[in-house]
Write a protein that binds this ligand. Structure first.
Ligand SMILES: Cc1cc2nc3c(=O)[nH]c(=O)nc-3n(C[C@H](O)[C@H](O)[C@H](O)COP(=O)(O)OP(=O)(O)OC[C@H]3O[C@@H](n4cnc5c(N)ncnc54)[C@H](O)[C@@H]3O)c2cc1C
Length: 478
């Protein structure tokens, strides 16, 4: 084990998204290791970072910190954020059957606003659901939803939404997607969730979310500051270009520092970068079947469009959800409404999430063209832009969502098994474990990883296996 001058194990963390930052924080705080975090981007926070446009803090699409977070994670986030962490009511709208309905759903609002035909079909699905013949053959995302939720909500909401998000038909997606993403897996569970929104049945945080004053990324910034105070180092603008191994032992990482290749000798690497990238960087390369499996694993990308408008506020809502296929964006948020900020005056930003893949037609469009499309889509849903527009900026995420197609599990398991056999390497985080997880899950994974390292930097593999089992039960909050 390589050690630092003060005898602590020297650990390299790959990636400074929430997972990389949180593991650095946990290891530095307990004094267990000497930690350096290597990050390709010029800023920390990964997909959970924030940046300013027209003086307004913006995120990579709608980001909320969910109160269901593990108690230790929530306690740490509250401690590092102090008064800068706001508890905000969720106030969104979803378009169903051409009508706007409050989202998350509220019983009275849904009763009054859902189109009557839709509501009656839903009621029929729920009443007669148990008599519906089950789908035979291999189980897929679509068969599980049709069996559990019935045709009305599947065909009008989930199927078009997943097709838009992943660019894949619902019957080509794995059951796992339903397990990880859909907490209301039957109509009765959805009704129960709605009932919890009723006054009297509401918990303290029901229908609410945590959000920092200066954008979601402030959580990562604050945690990184705390990690630095405990001695962790962050090297930004540092791309990992090679991970050296000797047999099944990791021996070093090679970095690209301002065009110069620099090798760091290390015997312990904690990786949170996409597992497909990680496999490609390992030298000598893994066996051909592992490389082939990694090539078959696919991430979905996303373009974020930021339209800058000259008005205090465009709508009162934090987010608008668009399940229908007739417009290609899945969600639109207004960042000012997340933090309830009124500043700066006379300007607001709308952020649209456009699922896309690197190289496709959306990916190649200029910001101006995308901005013009954005305005057309808004007009289509009855929200025409009638105020002056300053312009449109975009950001592109190549790794927004893991694609759980019908074969992904087989490919993932092959890669995962091989990586688990490498001494001195631990892989976790949303990109590392190809998981649909939220930020609080990325933190929980990082804390689990830190716990599995002993004072000499060795990994307790049995404990890690138990952690992985726990991570597999994470359910995504939207
Ligand atoms: C549109 C959208 C909305 C979301 N909304 C929410 C929400 O409301 N609430 C919530 O809790 N979560 C939300 N999430 C999920 C959240 O963004 C992730 O869970 C979180 O960012 C995962 O953290 P991570 O550290 O595992 O990965 P990432 O944030 O992806 O970080 C990985 C890091 O690795 C770096 N990296 C990659 N390759 C290299 C390399 N070769 N060398 C060096 N560094 C490298 C990247 O630059 C990045 O900084 C959302 C995600 C998306 C896409």
């Amino acid at each position: 084990m390589m050690t630092s001058e003060d005898g602590k194990p020297a650990i390299e963390v790959l990636g400074a998204g929430p997972a990389g930052i949180a593991v650095a924080y946990a290891l530095a705080k307990t004094g267990k290791a000497d930690v350096e975090v290597l990050e390709r981007a010029g800023a920390i926070g990964g997909n959970s970072a924030s940046f300013r446009i027209a003086g307004i803090w913006c995120d990579y699409g709608s980001h909320r910190f969910h109160p269901v977070a593990d108690p230790q994670v929530l306690a740490d986030v509250k401690e590092i954020m102090g008064d800068d962490l706001l508890l905000r009511p969720r106030h969104g709208r979803i378009r169903l059957g051409g009508r706007w309905i409050h989202f998350p759903l509220k019983p009275l609002d849904a009763l009054l606003k859902l189109p009557k035909k839709f509501a009656l079909s839903l009621l029929a699905d729920s009443t007669f659901g148990r008599f519906r013949p089950r789908h035979g053959g291999p189980r897929t995302f679509s068969s599980v939803l049709l069996d559990g939720l019935g045709p009305t909500i599947s065909h009008n909401f989930y199927f078009p939404y997943v097709k838009k998000l992943w660019g894949v038909e619902p019957d080509e997606l794995a059951v796992k997607l339903a397990e990880r993403r859909i907490s209301g897996s039957s109509v009765s569970k959805i009704l129960l969730k709605m009932a919890r929104m009723l006054p009297g049945l509401k918990g303290e945080t029901t229908g609410k979310f945590y959000y920092p004053r200066k954008g979601f990324g402030q959580i990562s910034e604050r945690m990184a500051e705390a990690a630095r105070r405990h001695g962790a180092r962050f090297s930004l603008g540092t791309e990992i270009v090679r991970i050296a191994r000797d047999g099944n032992r990791v021996t070093g990482v090679v970095l690209n520092e301002n065009g110069r290749q620099v090798r760091r000798e290390t015997t312990q690497v904690l990786s949170t970068i996409p597992l497909t990238t990680l496999v490609r960087l390992i030298d000598p390369p893994p066996p051909p079947e592992v490389l082939e499996a990694a090539r078959a694993i696919r991430f979905r990308g996303m373009i974020l469009l930021y339209l800058v408008l000259e008005c205090d506020r465009f709508t009162e809502f934090d987010a608008h959800y668009f399940p229908e296929l007739s417009i290609p964006i899945s969600r639109m948020s207004e960042p000012k409404n997340y933090s309830a900020s009124t500043q700066p005056e006379g300007v607001t930003v709308l952020c649209a999430e456009l699922p896309a893949d690197p190289g496709d037609r959306w990916w190649q469009m200029s910001d101006e063209e995308l901005g013009a499309h954005f305005r057309t889509w808004l007009a289509q849903v009855g929200l025409p832009v009638t105020v002056p527009v300053r312009g449109c900026e975009t950001r592109r995420l190549s790794h927004a969502y893991p694609v759980y197609d019908l074969d992904y599990e087989r490919h993932f398991n092959r890669v995962d098994e091989w990586l688990l056999g490498l001494d001195g390497l631990l892989v976790f985080g949303r990109q590392g474990l190809f998981a649909h997880d939220n930020t609080h899950h990325a933190f929980a994974m990082a804390y689990g990883a830190a716990d599995c390292l002993d004072e000499r930097g060795r990994i307790d593999r049995a404990r890690w296996a138990a952690c992985r089992e726990e991570f597999s039960h994470h359910t995504v909050e939207d």
